[in-house]
Design a protein around this ligand. Structure first.
Ligand SMILES: [Zn+2]
Length: 310
């Protein structure tokens, strides 16, 4: 199996979000689609590999967040034989994207949503397969195996393929431009499902899968899986402590959001210091991640309180 990393130029930056083209004999599959804007790039990669759209057997999204699945509908339109493979909790949202669109609009605002994603196209129910935990599908001369991994999102799976694993957002974010002084990786705690305990378990499951390399959506192939797992476990502990502190602080509404945003900012600043990365060209990208992680932590606090009250 051949794996090609495709830079989707998400947010018009290089090295932020990848999709992957898998080729085995005369079959192709995509893992992640990024947004509608990336679809022409994905089709061009197919052409470069001397494959026709009819040879795409699967379009796979690790979860339904729009930097992973926003282009799925458009890509499925272009690949007439393809089946869309998703987590059972993600599948209904590909068929009817309205709730995902509403959720992302709440996070990004209407204007930014339109710029980033455009119009999300639904996929016909007859072309979508929901994969249970540990399910396999045949591909080329081998198979692909699906491992459900909660923590970042409840509708997330990873894909074991060949000697590697596609980890979506379950095994951290590592921007290539920030890897100059050792491994700089951090967990993604974006709304609305962040759960530190489940995220720890998913990291361990990925490590135990026997994969020798991981393909991160953000961004690219990595081989130091044990070291990355250690970094993620350490930081997930920090996030768990933060959820606890924010909860017991009694803060609500804007005060809660501000507290979580500030504290997440401090966690990132400490990580950057550890790596001496103060002047990196990629720092502006972390503003977005800090903001999203802060929102995710605040959301986790609200969910905890809701659960306790009901
Ligand atoms: Zn995500």
């Amino acid at each position: 199996m051949d794996v090609r990393t495709l830079d989707c130029n998400y947010t018009e930056e290089e090295g932020v979000a990848a999709a992957y083209l898998l080729v085995d004999h005369d079959e192709a599959a995509f893992v992640e689609t990024n947004t509608n804007h990336a679809v022409p790039r994905l089709l061009r990669a197919l052409e470069d590999a001397h494959l026709a759209p009819e040879q795409v057997r699967y379009v796979i999204c690790t979860h339904i967040h729009l930097d992973h699945a926003g282009g799925a509908g458009l890509l499925m339109d272009a690949c007439p034989e393809a089946r869309l493979l998703l987590h059972p909790r993600a599948a209904p949202h590909a068929i009817d994207p309205s709730r995902i669109v509403a959720g992302a609009t709440a996070v990004y605002g209407e204007r930014r949503f339109a710029e980033l994603y455009g119009a999300i196209r639904p996929v016909a129910e007859t072309r979508v397969d929901a994969l249970d935990d540990d399910a396999t599908v045949p591909f080329g001369q081998g198979e692909l195996r699906f491992l459900h991994t909660r923590g970042h999102a409840n509708h997330h799976f990873c894909v074991r393929a060949g000697d590697g694993i596609f980890t979506g957002d379950s095994f951290g974010i590592a921007y290539p431009g920030l890897q100059t002084r050792g491994r700089f990786v951090f967990p993604s705690t974006t709304p609305t499902d962040f759960d530190a305990e489940a995220a720890h378990a998913s990291v361990d499951r990925i490590l135990a899968s026997g994969a020798e390399r991981a393909w991160l959506t953000h961004f690219g192939e990595v081989r130091d899986l044990e070291a990355i797992a250690g970094e993620l476990h350490r930081q997930l502990d920090d996030y768990a402590t933060l959820v606890e502190e924010a909860d017991t602080s009694g803060r609500e509404g804007d005060a809660l959001e501000a507290f979580c945003g500030e504290r997440v900012g401090a966690l990132f600043a400490a990580e950057l210091d550890r790596h001496g990365l103060g002047s990196s060209a990629f720092l502006h990208l972390l503003d977005i991640d800090i903001d999203l992680n802060g929102q995710g932590v605040a959301f986790a606090v609200k969910k905890r309180r809701f659960k306790r009250a009901h």
